[in-house]
Each structure stands twice: as structure tokens, then as C-alpha cells.
Write a protein that binds this ligand. Structure first.
Ligand SMILES: Nc1ncnc2c1ncn2[C@@H]1O[C@H](COP(=O)(O)OP(=O)(O)O)[C@@H](O)[C@H]1O
Ligand SMILES: [Mg+2]
Length: 362
């Protein structure tokens, strides 16, 4: 077991810089999720750690050892790929034990280990079936088992659940979590799905265009995004982001857009006047049917979900302004109705014209 360090790790494919001077230390036993939109360099990063891709420059260390020149099989890591890639003409049992055969593990021990991991991911009943007879979720469990059986110090998982439907994804997500708890090994997990990152990670690494934008615990990332990109990427429904301007007047700071005019909390007193985007999460917008608010907007769509109701308002731009209210109290609101909204002062974010966060929300 060992910590993994990436030092100025860079990978170019011709003119494309897929990964740009990445620096991060992953602690022993940590569950780290690399998340970002498609093409931001997640797979390339993971493949370099695994040893399937040579870095253009920079170092990968496992423990105190630089492993750049070490073969994948000598790094003690186990990779679960984006596509399951099982051998189609081997049974599930043969697929799982393949890695052990390669390592010349004796048959009795092999059988024992296959039994153990099959039990761990609940596929004991599938061992004599062929891959074509397994469902997507089962195949993914087999892929996990195949890596588990080699007993790696670190698991590298590249979007292992992306081909599954929502319910199976949730189920297997819980499974990954459980395995991490039980095995106490390091997990490095790659996904484009913010919800997967939020639910699984001890620490999230947000990537964009080959670079790390922010690292932190899920709650840090959610409540303290460093910029517009991170604010927009995490949360469902997404944060409301309204383009407008900051006005600094003698008495107070205010934010104004075509439809909004809100007083800003004190800590924005130093914000530069001018073009600014205001951000507020849907759960921090209060909806009042009779009272006054910071803004009155017409309802565009009502989405009753049972536990909550989502209200989409016409914000004057293509992007709706969203509020979430508990239960079904607001489910009977009519499209077109004008509703007063107030924003929780403590939860207002501001972003400058470059998308950088201004000040700190208190
Ligand atoms: N083998 C390759 N040859 C050329 N370009 C590649 C190769 N692999 C990845 N890339 C490019 O590198 C960038 C990052 O890719 P990737 O790491 O697969 O992103 P992600 O996994 O985040 O979707 C993309 O622009 C992609 O097109
Ligand atoms: Mg990828």
C-alpha cells in the first residue's frame, strides 16, 4: 500500500495537450474521483498511472518510487475499464481467474479466490455462464471481480458505470462504496457524472481541458466552488447563474440584471463594480405566493417530483431560473403566474467577467 503522487504530469498527442502539468498526491486508502466533461483528460491521466500510456513529461510516484519506466503489471494496480472487454469465449469463472493463471497461482488457491470475490460482488450464480448470457449490470460486476481477484493495492476505475441505467448505476455505486470500506484500498475513479463524484468521493478532483480546476471534499466543492465552471458543473438542478452588474453605492452593494435587483451581503462591499454573474442554488431561493421578494418572475414550468417541486421561471434568458420547494405545496402553481422570490443572502455567489469567484460566501 502506498500513496500515489503525480508531479507535473503532462501528456500530449501531437498538438493536443490532453493533460497539462498535473500535480496531486493521492493518499493511501483514499477514494479520489476525477470528474470533468468528456475530453478533459481523465482517461489519459488514469492510463498514465496504470502504465498504459507514457507521460510526455513529469513523474508518477508510487510510495517513494518513480514508476514511469515500470510495466503496468509491476505497479500493483488494478484497472477496471470503461468498456468491460470480457473474453467472449470464456466462462465468467475463466474470465475472473485469467489474471491469476497468468501469475501461475495454483489451481486450488485460484478456485478459492474466485469463489471469494464472486461472493463479494454477488455473482456466484453466474460463474459457469458465458459473458453473452449476462446483463449489463452483471457484466460490470464481473469486470469488478476480475480486478478484485488480483488483490491490487489501488483500484483504477474508468467510468465503470456509464453504460448502465440509472437504477443499476445507483446500485453499483453503493457496491463500490462498500468495497472501498471493506478493502481499505485506494480507489481512483474517473467519471463525467457529478452525482457519482459527489456520492463516492472522499476527495473530488475537478478537471477541465487537461488541468485541475479544484480539489476538495464533495461539500467543499459544492458550497465553495472556485469559479463559474465548478459552480455550474455540480448540483442538480444546477445553480442559477444570472448575468448582470454590481453597483457599489454609498450605502450598500447591489446586483442588478434585466429582471433582478438585489442587495448584496457586506462581504461583497469590495467587489469591483461592473459585469458580474450572480449565482444561487435552487434550494436557496424562497418562493412566496403572497409576500414580497427580491424579484417577481413568471412561471415557465412546474415539475412536481413528490418529495419536492421544481419551479422553472422565465429569467429573460434561455436558461430558466429554478427554485425547489419542499413537497407538493406549490405543485398547483400555474404556468404564467407571477411569483415573488427571495434569495438567501448568505448563499449568494458572484463571479467576475472571467468566471472567477469574487469574495467568500460566509
Ligand atoms: N490516443 C490518442 N490519440 C490522440 N488524441 C487522444 C488520444 N487519447 C486521448 N486523446 C485526446 O486527449 C484529450 C483527452 O482525452 P481523454 O483523456 O480520453 O478524456 P476524458 O477521459 O476526460 O473524456 C481529448 O482531446 C482526446 O481527443
Ligand atoms: Mg474517458
Amino acid at each position: 500500500m502506498a500513496r500515489i503522487e503525480l508531479c507535473n504530469l503532462t501528456k500530449s498527442f501531437g498538438a493536443v495537450v490532453a493533460v497539462k502539468t498535473l500535480n496531486i498526491t493521492i493518499e493511501d486508502g483514499e477514494f479520489v474521483v476525477f470528474v470533468g466533461p468528456s475530453g478533459c483528460g481523465k482517461t489519459t491521466t488514469l492510463r498514465m498511472i496504470a502504465g498504459f500510456e507514457d507521460p510526455t513529461s513529469g513523474e508518477i510516484r508510487i510510495g517513494d518510487r518513480v514508476v514511469n519506466d515500470l510495466e503496468p503489471r509491476d505497479r500493483g494496480l488494478g484497472m477496471v475499464f470503461q468498456t468491460h472487454a470480457l473474453f467472449p469465449h470464456k466462462t465468467i469463472r475463466q474470465n475472473i481467474e485469467f489474471g491469476l493463471r497468468m501469475k501461475k497461482v495454483p489451481p486450488a488457491e485460484r478456485a478459492q479466490r474466485v469463489r471469494e470475490v464472486a461472493e463479494m460482488v454477488h455473482i456466484s450464480h453466474l460463474l459457469d455462464k458465458m459473458p453473452a448470457q449476462c446483463s449489463g449490470g452483471e457484466t460490470q460486476r464481473v469486470a469488478l471481480a476480475r480486478t478484485l481477484v488480483t488483490n491490487p493495492s489501488t483500484f483504477l476505475l474508468d467510468e465503470p458505470l456509464s453504460s448502465l441505467d440509472a437504477k443499476l448505476r445507483r446500485e453499483l455505486r453503493a457496491e463500490c462504496d462498500r468495497l472501498h470500506e471493506a478493502l481499505k484500498r485506494t480507489f481512483i475513479y474517473v467519471t463525467h457524472d457529478q452525482e457519482e463524484a459527489m456520492t463516492l468521493a472522499d476527495r473530488i478532483v475537478v478537471m477541465r481541458a487537461g488541468e485541475i480546476v479544484q480539489t476538495g471534499s464533495p461539500m467543499e466543492i459544492y458550497s465553495n466552488p472556485v469559479n463559474y465552471f465548478v459552480a455550474d458543473f455540480f448540483g442538480s438542478p444546477s445553480m442559477n447563474l444570472v448575468a448582470g452588474e454590481v453597483l457599489q453605492e454609498s450605502s450598500a452593494s447591489r446586483f442588478r440584471s434585466a429582471r433582478f435587483e438585489v442587495a448584496l451581503p457586506k462581504h461583497f462591499r469590495t467587489a469591483k463594480p461592473g459585469a458580474t454573474t450572480l449565482g444561487i442554488r435552487p434550494e436557496h431561493v424562497a418562493v412566496t405566493r403572497d409576500g414580497k421578494g427580491d424579484v417577481e418572475l413568471p412561471v415557465r414550468l412546474v415539475e412536481p417530483l413528490g418529495k419536492d417541486t421544481l419551479l422553472y421561471f422565465d429569467s429573460g434568458t434561455e436558461r430558466a431560473f429554478v427554485a425547489v420547494t419542499e413537497g407538493l405545496d406549490m405543485a398547483d402553481i400555474k404556468v404564467g403566474e407571477r411569483i415573488a422570490l427571495s434569495l438567501d443572502q448568505r448563499r449568494i455567489y458572484l463571479f467576475d467577467d472571467k468566471g472567477q469567484r469574487i469574495g467568500n460566501a460566509k
